[in-house]
Design a protein around this ligand. Structure first.
Ligand code: URA
Length: 241
C-alpha cells in the first residue's frame, strides 16, 4: 500500500506525457481505474493497489528502476553528449520513461559495471565520500606490479595534483612485462585508477569495473547489455545506509 496520489501526476511521473497530455488522454476516456473509465484527471488513487490501464494495457506502477549495465568502450557515461553515444542510447524506451541516470562515471574507454537508476537518494549515498563505498576494478597495466606497489597503494599514494589517496587494496594475478590486477578503492577521484598507476610509472591498458559496494557485475551480460537488479541486489545496495 502506498499513499494516494492524483492520477494525472502518477501517469506523468511514469513518463506517459506532461500533465497536460495526460489530462487529454483521460478526457478521451482512454484510462481506466479498477475497470472503470475515469474522466477526472485529479482523482486520487493508490497506484500500488488500484488497477490502472491505458488503452486497455495494464500500467504496473513503480517509482524507481535499477539497471545494471555492462558498459562497453566508446560510450560516455553522461545523460547527453552531442559528440558521443551515451550509456542511455543503450537503454530501451520502456526504461527511459523513468528517466534513469548513471550513478557515477566510467571513462569512455572503461568497461564494466554501471548502475543506472532514477533513485536520487540511493545514487547520492553510493557516491557520497562519507560513505566510502568500495569499487573494484580489474586492470591490465604495462609494467611489473609487485608487493612493493601493493604496500604503496595500501598506504595511500600521491597523485599528480598532490592528492593523497585513501588506502586501496591491490590483488596481483599476473606480474610480468604486463600485469593483471584487481584494485579496490573507496573514493572516486577523476581517472583515479589510471592516475594511481601513473604515480608508479605505469599505464592502464584495459580497465573494467567489476563491483560497486555489494553489487557485482553479472558476467553473463554481454558488453552493452543490461538488466534490472533483482530484489536481493537492490536490498544489498540499500542495506548499508
Ligand atoms: N578510474 C579510472 O581511471 N577510470 C575509470 O573509468 C574509473 C576509475
Amino acid at each position: 500500500m502506498g499513499k494516494k496520489q492524483r492520477l494525472d501526476k502518477i501517469l506523468s511521473n511514469m513518463g506517459y506525457g506532461s500533465r497536460k497530455d495526460i489530462k487529454r488522454v483521460i478526457r478521451d476516456g482512454r484510462v481506466e481505474v479498477n475497470n472503470r473509465i475515469v474522466m477526472d484527471n485529479s482523482l486520487k488513487i493508490d497506484p500500488y493497489v488500484d488497477r490502472i490501464t491505458l488503452d486497455n494495457m495494464r500500467i504496473q506502477y513503480r517509482e524507481h528502476i535499477y539497471l545494471m549495465l555492462n558498459k562497453p568502450k566508446g560510450v560516455v557515461s553522461s545523460t547527453n553528449d552531442p559528440m558521443n553515444r551515451t550509456v542511455l542510447d543503450l537503454v530501451d524506451i520502456e526504461y527511459l520513461i523513468f528517466k534513469p541516470f548513471p550513478v557515477g562515471r566510467l571513462d569512455k574507454d572503461t568497461e564494466g559495471l554501471l548502475l543506472l537508476t532514477n533513485d536520487g537518494q540511493l545514487a547520492h549515498e553510493l557516491l557520497s565520500p562519507k560513505k566510502g563505498v568500495h569499487k573494484t576494478y580489474y586492470a591490465k597495466v604495462n609494467g611489473t606490479v609487485d608487493d612493493s606497489h601493493r604496500e604503496l597503494f595500501s598506504d595511500g599514494i600521491s597523485l599528480d595534483d598532490g592528492y593523497r589517496t585513501l588506502p586501496a587494496e591491490l590483488k596481483i594475478f599476473e606480474s610480468n612485462l604486463f600485469s593483471e590486477v584487481e584494485l579496490t578503492i573507496r573514493e572516486g577521484k577523476f581517472h583515479q585508477v589510471k592516475r594511481m598507476f601513473q604515480a608508479i610509472g605505469m599505464e592502464v591498458m584495459y580497465l573494467k569495473r567489476i563491483s560497486m559496494g555489494e553489487l557485482k557485475l553479472d558476467e553473463t551480460l554481454e558488453l552493452g547489455e543490461y538488466r534490472e537488479l533483482t530484489e536481493e541486489e537492490i536490498a544489498l545496495l540499500k542495506e548499508k545506509r
